[in-house]
Design a protein around this ligand. Sequence first.
Ligand code: AMP
Ligand code: GLY
Length: 424
Amino acid sequence: MKVLVIGSGGREHALVWKLKQSPKVDVIFCTPGNAGISELAECLDIKADDIDALLNFAKYEWIDLTVVGPEAPLTAGIVDAFVKEDRRIFGPDASGARLEGSKVFAKDFMLKYGIPSAEYKTFTSYIHAEEYIRLKGAPVVIKADGLAAGKGVFVCETRDEAIDALKVIMKDKAFGPAGNKVLIEQCLKGEEASFMVLTDGKTVLPLATSQDHKRIYDNDKGPNTGGMGAYSPAPVITQNLEKSVMKSVIEPLIKGLSREGINYRGVIYAGLMICDGKPFVLEFNCRFGDPEAQPVLMRLDSDLCEALKATTEGKLKDVKITWKNDVSVCVVMTSKGYPGPYEKGDKIIGLDSQKNRNDVVVFHSGTTLKDGEVVTSGGRVLGVTARGQDVKTAKEKAYEAVEKIHFKGMHYRKDIADKAIEKP
Ligand code: AMP
Ligand code: GLY
């Protein structure tokens, strides 16, 4: 098969890496890709949101399966465009991608179908929203409705912080029209975990559980990021809790999608907060998590291509997914300044030290090739991911590899997976 992967991050590198192992896959293209991906796939210069150009390429090259990594092309309707032309593509159509594309849509959906989630109110008027914050007080969570590259959520400990966040979203329009509506949510306290499933609208196959580390600094301090590291499995999701997530979140979600006439085929990512042993949904994403995809796909034993293809064809019931019985840990290395403005173009050294290893893979997020050398080109630069027999071993291997890699101004958290080690 000829496969096209759309995107350029660590998630897409992990997808390409795993697809490359499939005996069904002959050739992989990736657009736009990155320096790491270019070692496994032919990278193209088409932007992830240029749907017409992507469709033309898929038709011209007779691509058998297109896999969409990021959310933006999904919410923009890339799947609708491909399906109309009978091209096989993995991911939900625009109606399904609204689960991520509009937080208001997702919250209203959860309320309608009884999915446990924080209490909330929606506002289109700044004045009414500010009044409500003054009335309700803090802590409180303020969210822009639309896509904001993971930056539209503010967890506010004081009223003033909440009002500042509201101004950023609704007055300064920092996220453009994504801030035309805001959600004001009850602030939940607990432990977060990521729960992803594959679904073809009928069958649901849960993927291995994982846990992200959102904040930039150790001990969950500093601003939120796209994710500073992750591990799989997440011991906070015990077998009983997994059953409860399937019953209280995933089953009503799948039923609700079908009732709403949405034929969802792809990944659903539920960002959970576990409060007193019960799962609450913080958000739904319509794609694999990043960095979660890196440790999760590293543990996947069965054929990814087969599972993705079957999802697009509505034949997921014929697929069995199996996992390696070990633990994986991914440490994200970032550029100086991230999650704010950051530097680019710095040479990365030490990557060769980790080449051709089975138990350690350096997934690239923001890298590019310049005069034949790998240089930084994004906020999140690398996801150094290791497998081991237990979480301690996997963590040690990941950090040993991290220490052999260097670029100017690099930053990484030192406490990735500590939460899993603390668990009995
Ligand atoms: P989201 O993109 O909606 O998952 O939000 C990003 C991050 O903000 C989450 O991973 C949580 O750390 C935090 N967050 C979102 N909603 C809430 C909430 N209702 N209570 C507490 N924290 C939240
Ligand atoms: N790591 C969180 C996300 O992919 O949204």
